[in-house]
Design a protein around this ligand. Sequence first.
Ligand SMILES: [Mg+2]
Length: 490
Amino acid sequence: MATSEALLSPPVGRPALRRLSSMTATERDIEADDHFVVVPERLFHRRSKTHDGGFGSFATAIETARNELASMNLEDSSSSPSESSPETPGTPICTPPEIPSADTFAFAFDIDGVLIRGGQPIPEAIEAMKLLNGENEYGIKVPYIFLTNGGGKTEAERCVDLSRQLDIEVSPAQFICGHTPMREMVEKYNTILVVGGEGEKCRQVAEGYGFRDVVTPGDIIKDNEATTPFRKLTKEERENSRQRDSATTKIEAIFVFADSRDWAGDIQIILDLAMSKGGYIGTLSETFDEGPPIYFSHSDIVWSAAHDNVRLGMGALRRMIEMLFKDLTKGKELETIAFGKPQIGTFEFATRLLQQWRKDEHRINRPPETVYFVGDTPESDIKGTNQFNEKAKNTWYSILVRTGVYQEGTQPAYKPKVTVNTVLDAVKHGMARELKEKPKIYNGVLASNIAAISPFTLEREMKLPSRTTIEEMSESSTPSVSTPPRVHVS
Ligand SMILES: [Mg+2]
């Protein structure tokens, strides 16, 4: 899969970051550029209270403020300090004193079923993030990125959500979602059909990527209501859908950006185009081999939502379309393309993103020796990590959690290096493994004393038998720590 260097083009020196409030950031704020982090509500309030004297003496507050001002690295010319207030989006708030970063390892996280479930944070996720952000006995930060198959919003909007949900600062520069790689195809296709997501959202995402002519199923139904006999547009949908002449519109590619909200209608329209003469709506091919290519942002059959049992995902839609095409064409195969995990290209993309993030945010200009990938779906998270580990020059170490798709007592289709209860256990396992077996001095403290972050001290709230807390693969299948680190040089 081709990738865009433009997306990850390195800024000169350390990039200037705008800081947006997770509670008040607007679309206009986040559309301005990619160089920002989203600051959760808590951090704004903490700062306010400090200056109110709530967390210490007046003298301490002044000293803290002076230190923070001295360490500011904000170059947003659009807002001057005099007009800033902690509640104003885009406000350059003070940067905390410098905290050293772990330079030999990093984490990558799936989101649904690992950090978030049914729109709510998994409780241990917040503590796990605090550990990574320096709230550990060594006072070190550990770099991390997010790699989700989900989508349906812009990367920037999703970062605002994550910041609010997990109470951490999140930047679009550490975030990849299922449809992120689709932005690399804007030069290849002129007119495309975009499917899935809420209302007009995915059209906006596609146009934000640079696609020039974006058609939605709503546009097609608006032009000919007979397209979907049982699906009528609402008044709002009718107003938002664009009038166009389907007979002269050639759809060059179909992109399923996010989960369909109307499976019957979307399947009908995708199949109509797959069986069309060269992508012209309303035509029917005689050979059924001239339809536009169909891209899915991932191929997960199920995912972990609010319901106790897993729910059908985009991969299920993909299967249905392929099977129905075969039935309708009396045996023709439809080949579709999926991005996302477990595709190797997605992990290559993640490697470059992580390298850039470590360089820009942590000032580490070399790849990590080990990346701990934490996921809940064996078929995408674990399969992808294990396969990529086979070809990557550094180690990708798969960790499966029990808070999502994977069900305790079943045999995962792809075996992780280790299985733990929650993302907090995963972080503690990775940190313990690194700091115990590769002792190193961080902040003047020898990092081999890891009692406080041992995964085995963590029975906590999980009501699982203690024997299920952690399951590690046999030593023979775990990379030896005495093996010289394989460093990826690119
Ligand atoms: Mg997941």
